[in-house]
Design a protein around this ligand. Sequence first.
Ligand code: FAD
Length: 368
Amino acid sequence: MKVVVIGAGVLGASTAYHLVRAGAEVVIIDPLREGRATAAGAGIVCPWSSQVTDPHWYALSAAGARYYPELVRMLTEDGEGDLGYRRVGALNVPADPAELDRLEARVRARVRTAPEAGTVSRLSPDEARALFPALREGQAALHIAGAARVDGRLLAAAMTAAARKHGAVTHAEAASLVVEGGAVRGVRADGAVIGADQVVVTAGAWAGGLLEPLGLRLAVQPQRGQIIHLHLPGVDTRNWPVLLPMTSHYLLAFDDERVVIGATREPGTGFDYRVTAGGMAEVLNAGLAVAPGLANATIRETRIGFRPMGPDMRPLLGRVPGVDGLVIGNGLGASGLTVGPYAGVLLAAATLGQTPEIDLSPYDPLRG
Ligand code: FAD
């Protein structure tokens, strides 16, 4: 079977990787647009303390976190093990200490069926600061040992590179669909037509326009996220845990003396690819409130990403009934680096006409 994948963010790259491993002939097309979400994503993998209550969101997110070690193993075997992935643990640090009890009850209920979350324990303020030295004083925490972080840029690039090693072909142009008699027969890119048995549209926040020739409406909007990377010269940040104040902001660290503070959530900006004064103020104020020890860090860079937001929290995944040759993956919203690699497994199975491990009916891609 020949498959073209339009868009190689975390979802498209994973879908392509799993398709090619299953024996499909795969073409990956992506011009790497400014603001692609995967390149800006923070990289926290910790679904167990989330306040999102939708069970279908949680099912995929939990499966996504569970799948990571297996994916890392596969990519390492393929010579692509540099992903910035590490299980550094997470410190949940709500400002109101009373919230820790509610949070602990929620997390303990969830991790009963998720051993990969690791040990869950309450930490005193001193214990928490020993793990994340920039944390504010007097802050108790709920620690989840199995939480991880990953570098979205490295991950997507690694899955694409590994797919190429298994025979996938890549193109760096923007693609559009070739539609004949209401069916998708391939794509057009750089003036040439590439025929395909199936086309997987994983074009993130840009995907809506691609489906217009079919008269289909995808209920996905871009949500801008601005995120700041700090440099702490001489500080060993490799094992700092993820810091979750249980608001929409958070902190995490990477190996290269880097701490990341995220992020704004700005609907209604369209594809306005700009760092704004208000966005920076919001993120820095939120970050320094919980981790004042970062006040003297160097601002290294800011990133902007457009989260593909669906009509609700659930991803949009699967074939489109009545439209031959079309598979859609989208709507990963604020948790695509957690869900995306595993969602790619499901999407690859659906593309090949197999039964995915998780029933995709709650994730109908055209619901609105
Ligand atoms: P994208 O990464 O946007 O990829 C879509 C791709 O399609 C792009 O590469 C684009 O170039 C390509 N494309 C578009 N149009 C075309 C076309 N016509 N032809 C070919 N290619 C095309 N998730 C977490 O789990 N944990 C986090 O901590 C986290 N933090 C985040 C922080 C920020 C600031 C942001 C913005 C997101 C964060 N996310 C996080 C969410 C996560 O990054 C996204 O959900 C995920 O990356 C979406 O992946 P995607 O592949 O669907 O879309």
